[in-house]
Design a binder for this molecule. Structure first.
Ligand SMILES: [Mn+2]
Length: 318
């Protein structure tokens, strides 16, 4: 049995699209909202099964990974989040690179010698790695218009992954994967009037327009904290809103607080674009937190931890 485990954002989805174009096979899909990263806990597999894992932190999945490996399952693991120590097991093939200019889909692109690079470019834009995406686009001599289209797609797929639960999303990530993987080129997905691209883009446009009037709750030195209203659109837009602010104010660090649908807050942290550091470390200090040097988050911060978070955030970047 093949099991494909992937993050529900642009990077996770586009990594799997590339991989399955190269190695077509029937597989069971395991994914979730972008924040739902402890995905290996949900996998049950037996000796001889093959699992592919894309774009979820090995550190957060280590226990489940070791259990699967000890059961004789073989695992191909590609990721760019903090991994911790990589288990030594002949059943594991791991490609891990945590440098802030590379995403999982670019690692898959390298592994596949650039065969499906347009999808990797979509993912790099989705992860807000604009320079890396543009560099990869140069190698394909795409028109500026095509690159712009890939960028919009990446941002809107990434946007679709955010929410407290699958019900918050326009498209469940597994469905979006299946719909998009019908197209060899993302440009065909974009231009097909019958694809779900229009709906995806419209959702993004509506939600991002609502952020225009938002002002920071706290501004201190080169840090800004935004608190979003307790609305569905706000939960969906929190991550891409953070990226947008990071691009607009490249010297400033941003924390975006949105309300969790149960209690407390969902936090997105974006390091200053000109100093991609500490975001993952900062968030890892809180339960349910983690991420990368440049972009990280906390899945559910308790109300009474908010002040502590804000002061640590300000201290980290000032
Ligand atoms: Mn990623």
């Amino acid at each position: 049995m093949n099991i494909d485990v992937f993050n529900g954002d642009a990077d996770g989805i586009c990594a799997l699209i590339q991989y399955r174009f190269a190695f077509p096979a029937k597989s069971t899909l395991v994914t979730g909202v972008k924040r739902d990263i402890q995905l290996l806990d949900r996998v049950s597999a037996r000796q001889g099964d093959k699992i592919n894992v894309f774009d979820i932190s090995m550190q957060k999945n280590r226990k489940a990974l070791e259990k699967l490996l000890n059961n004789g399952v073989s695992v191909f693991y590609v990721d760019h989040h903090i991994s911790g120590e990589i288990p030594e097991n002949p059943g594991l093939e791991a490609i891990i690179d945590t440098s802030p200019t590379i995403c999982t889909s670019l690692l898959v692109d390298k592994y596949l010698n650039g065969q499906f690079r347009q999808w990797a470019i979509v993912a790099a834009f989705g992860d807000n790695m604009t320079n890396s995406a543009n560099e990869a686009a140069k190698t394909l001599s795409l028109s500026d218009e095509s690159v712009h289209k890939l960028k919009k797609l990446g941002i809107s797929i990434n946007y679709n992954g955010y929410g407290s639960s699958l019900d918050d999303l326009h498209f469940k990530p597994a469905d979006l994967y299946l719909k998009m993987s019908a197209y060899k080129s993302p440009l065909d997905f974009i231009s097909d009037p019958d694809s779900c691209y229009k709906k995806l883009q419209a959702g993004y446009d509506d939600d991002i327009a609502k952020t225009e009037s938002l002002k920071p709750e706290y501004l201190k030195g080169n840090t800004a904290v935004y608190k979003l209203p307790d609305k569905l659109w706000a939960r969906r837009v929190s991550g891409v809103f953070g990226n947008m602010l990071a691009n607009r104010f490249p010297d400033r660090a941003h924390a975006i607080l949105s309300h969790h649908n149960e209690a407390g807050y969902v936090i997105s942290v974006r390091a200053p674009l000109n100093n991609l550091n500490y975001a993952g470390e900062l968030c890892s200090k809180f339960a349910g937190g983690g991420g990368r040097k440049g972009a990280a988050g906390i899945n559910q911060l308790a109300e009474n931890e908010l002040d502590k978070f804000i002061s640590q955030f300000q201290e980290t970047y000032n």
